[in-house]
Design a protein around this ligand. Structure first.
Ligand code: PRP
Ligand code: ADE
Length: 174
């Protein structure tokens, strides 16, 4: 049900940001408050993680539903940001994504060691971004409790790279 709705709303934009990439534009979802709420409900209903202490969302599209999900779960939200944006002491990780390279950072004091962290992003493509996020969480002594994505591009097999961190992966559409 939500999968059909999402597929009807998400726009495929060919050759953005570079030739050969079909970009999944989620901005039409944001025009529909009921659908935004349904996304968060679906995450909560499908999570198989057990206990979660913290929700981490990745800049920038991972902030949109990440904070909503954290609020719904009654848990703290931790932003994982692109390099140079977080003001306090950070650790960083460079990675490759479907189009190019980037570096993400997390505050060293983002959560306590042992915390079970749910990672959220809008979209799983190659998995480069969330693998980097998972490495950051483990470096800080956290445990990846699971992943929640609005979209999973199955043909890029990103989920295969996540198995070593957590077997709990929720995607709502592909
Ligand atoms: C996009 C998307 C994911 C990532 C997925 O982020 O929001 O974070 O790419 O790709 P991957 O699975 O191949 O790593 P982008 O870096 O374009 O940043 P944005 O959210 O600020 O648009
Ligand atoms: N991030 C990585 N690949 C993407 C795609 N095809 N569409 C939107 N965001 C992406």
């Amino acid at each position: 049900m939500i999968e059909h709705l999402l597929k009807s709303v998400i726009r495929d934009v060919p050759d953005f940001p570079e030739p050969g990439i079909v970009f999944k534009d989620i901005t039409p979802i944001l025009q529909d408050p009921a659908l935004c709420g349904a996304i968060v409900d679906s995450f909560v209903n499908r999570l198989t993680t057990g206990a979660i202490d913290v929700v981490a969302g990745i800049e920038s599209r991972g902030f949109l539903f990440g904070l909503m999900l954290a609020q719904r779960l009654g848990k703290p939200f931790v932003p994982i940001r692109k390099q140079g944006k977080l003001p306090c002491r950070t650790i960083k990780q460079e990675y490759a994504l479907e189009y190019g390279r980037a570096t993400i950072e997390i505050h060293e004091d983002a959560f306590s060691p042992g915390a079970r962290v749910l990672i959220h992003d809008d979209l799983l493509a190659t998995g480069g971004t969330v693998v980097a996020a998972s490495e950051l969480i483990e470096q800080l002594g956290g445990q990846v409790a699971g992943y929640a994505f609005v979209i999973g591009l199955d043909f890029l097999k990103g989920h295969e790279r996540l198995a070593r961190y957590s077997s709990s992966v929720v995607t709502l559409a592909n």
